[in-house]
Design a protein around this ligand. Structure first.
Ligand code: ZN
Length: 308
């Protein structure tokens, strides 16, 4: 083979997505393995390395055919040491030395980043960002994930906590309690559970966000108010991010974005209301394109740019 491959993995609570990619970000081969959470996640690193070695073996290749490894992890990553904190769902203690352990197993340079940041890099590189280097990603799932890419680089901050869009305070008074311990976070009103929270505040109940959207589409006034409020809070947060970062694109993904125009049209109206006009001139809102592949593609991008 000619050009070396990039290896990437995206570690989640139930499975680890793994892939080999070309230096241009085309997926050559992808697969996944279950996440073994026994013994506080102590076997995860060796499972990842064994799986990479097995796949290379089956191609008649070795790690000499791989230039670097990018990893998305389910918690903030320290930008200098590559340690992971807050990955409680897979059992790792704070400061888990993921980069160091994987480098020892694989004997390759390894670069780790928070999974939401990897997804943002993936969308920037090969997804809705279309290669433009200034992109903000918001993922509206069970929680609200985010990543801010400026000039092609993820904004990490001092200890990896930058880009936590889900924890922007949008209800400064009487806000709901968030999983992070703070009150009034975007996540409490704009995630799938947040939409159900807003519906409860209207004195009504729904099993999930999809039901709220369905009822709103059928004319339910409370449902319509909830979607408008959700778009308002999201637009407030995104507008303020745009005022600081001046991105070309805001990419919206996750389950809630599947509602399509029902959320994107009011969102665009509120983003326009809250964004400085010169920043708004160059800004567009796009739906995420890469789905579950965003994480490995972004991890591969990280590995590529960190090794040049
Ligand atoms: Zn929070």
């Amino acid at each position: 083979m000619g050009e070396k491959w990039l290896a990437a993995c995206d570690i989640g609570g139930t499975s680890i997505k793994m892939a080999f990619l070309t230096a241009d970000g085309d997926i050559i081969r992808k697969w996944s393995i279950p996440t073994d959470r026994t013994d506080s996640g102590a076997h995860i690193v060796s499972h990842i390395s064994r799986s990479f070695y097995n796949e290379l073996d089956s191609e008649g290749l070795t790690t000499a055919n791989v230039s670097a490894v990018g990893v998305g992890a389910p918690g903030p990553a320290d930008p200098v040491t590559g340690t992971i904190s807050g990955a409680v769902n897979i059992g790792w203690a704070n400061g888990y030395p993921l980069k160091k352990l994987l480098e020892e197993e694989l004997e390759l340079p390894v670069f780790v980043e928070n999974d939401a940041n990897c997804a943002a890099l993936g969308e920037m590189w090969r997804g809705a960002g279309n290669g433009t280097g200034d992109v903000v990603c918001v993922t509206l799932g069970t929680g609200v994930g985010g990543g801010v890419v400026s000039k092609g680089m993820i904004i990490t901050g001092v200890n990896g906590a930058a880009g936590e869009i889900g924890h922007i305070t949008v209800m400064p008074e009487n806000g709901l309690l968030c999983n992070c311990g703070k009150r009034g976070c975007l996540e409490t009103v704009a995630s799938a559970t947040g939409i159900v929270n807003l519906y409860k505040m209207e004195g009504k109940d729904a099993p999930d966000a999809r039901t709220v959207f369905e009822r709103a589409a059928e004319g339910d006034e409370a449902g319509k108010r909830v979607i408008d409020r959700c778009a308002f809070y999201l637009g407030l947060a995104i507008g303020n991010i745009a005022n600081v970062m001046n991105p070309a694109k805001v990419v919206v993904g996750g389950g809630v974005s599947e509602a399509g125009d029902a959320i994107l049209i009011p969102l665009e109206r509120y983003v326009r209301q809250f964004t400085f006009p010169r920043a708004m001139d160059v800004l567009s809102i796009e739906k995420a394109k890469l789905g579950n592949d965003a994480g490995v593609i972004g991890a591969a991008y990280l590995a590529k740019v960190m090794t040049v």
